[in-house]
Design a protein around this ligand. Structure first.
Ligand SMILES: [Zn+2]
Length: 314
């Protein structure tokens, strides 16, 4: 019942922007408009808006429009679990990628998305963010939206976890991503295995963090080859006609499937919607400190990019 109430309250929480080629101007206008407010009431630093290279691929999938999410009260997205906010129009999709950052596969996904002049939402695992902060910085630099997906990918429905441990998984996930980026990510959260205990849904509401389930799950982690990922996504999206697509930049087959999948989506008349948060997440100092302590982070962060990131092809 709580989710229904939240859905009614925040049904207006999705602002829509006509965008097309003008999306970077829209972003610039938004930051400019937000500046005086930020000065009056200091907010956590947002990741700097990256300078976007103009799209040189005439056949690119591109970005059809940008939606900005007011995450106050923790709205839920993705009809597999949350049915209140139906903001996608026919043939619109949102691309989402979980479990990174990871060498080879995440950079490969970034390369494909860049070639297609399009964007997605990334839900990194906190520990992975501490292993490969340079890769996560590349995700941010490419203009993608970044949320969080817990600290260690624990299933938060596991009855062995205490309430404090569940909260710690969520909070340390955000703190780790913030550490890796040097800036607060979006208040967008995805539960591992989409397992969401009601108390944590309520908790995220109090933290003003939006919850992302999905409309269609690619089950790419079960795929034995890239073609299976393509077929699975296309079959499901053709049936639904639109939706938030769950994939994994962590998975090799997904990275390999993505160029063809993008072509198939374009050919099928699908359009990508970019989702952004109105304000970044406010991490809690206690968990920021725990992340630093646990992961002995300065050592990890000092690794040069070349030791972590491999070029797939030029
Ligand atoms: Zn996951």
């Amino acid at each position: 019942m709580m989710r229904i109430a939240a859905g009614l309250i925040f049904v207006g929480a999705v602002s829509l922007y006509a965008s097309g080629a003008a999306w970077s101007q829209t972003a610039a206008a938004k930051s400019a408009a937000a500046a005086p407010q930020a000065a009056a009431a200091p907010a956590p630093a947002a990741a700097p808006a990256p300078a976007k290279a103009p799209c040189t691929n005439p056949n690119a999938l591109g970005i059809a429009r940008i939606v900005e999410i007011d995450t106050t009260g923790g709205p839920g997205f993705g009809f597999e679990h949350f049915k209140q906010l139906d903001f996608l129009r026919d043939k619109e999709v949102v691309l989402t990628f979980d479990d990174g950052p990871w060498p080879v596969n995440t950079p490969s996904v970034l390369k494909t998305l860049a070639e297609e002049c399009t964007t997605g939402i990334f839900f990194p695992i906190g520990k992975h963010a501490t292993y490969y902060p340079e890769i996560l910085k590349q995700v941010a630099a490419a203009g993608h939206t970044i949320g969080a997906h817990t600290w260690s990918h624990a299933n938060l429905n596991n009855k062995k976890l205490t309430e404090d441990q569940r909260k710690e998984e969520i909070e340390k996930g955000f703190s780790a991503v913030k550490w890796a980026l040097g800036a607060s990510p979006s208040p967008f959260f995805r539960f591992p295995a989409l397992q969401h205990p009601p108390e944590m849904v309520t908790y995220l509401g109090t933290r003003n963090v939006a919850i992302f389930s999905c409309d269609l799950d690619s089950f790419d982690f079960k795929a034995s080859k890239p073609q299976t990922v393509i077929d699975s996504v296309m079959k499901k999206v053709d049936k639904l006609g639109k939706g938030i697509i769950l994939m994994h930049d962590f998975q090799k087959h997904t990275a390999e499937a993505l160029p063809e999948l993008m072509h198939r989506l374009k050919a099928g008349g699908y359009k990508v919607v970019q989702m952004r948060a109105k304000t970044p997440v406010q991490t809690l100092a206690q968990y920021d400190e725990e992340v630093l302590k646990d992961a002995k982070l300065p050592t990890v962060s000092s690794r040069p990019v070349s030791s972590v990131v491999q070029t797939i092809s030029e």
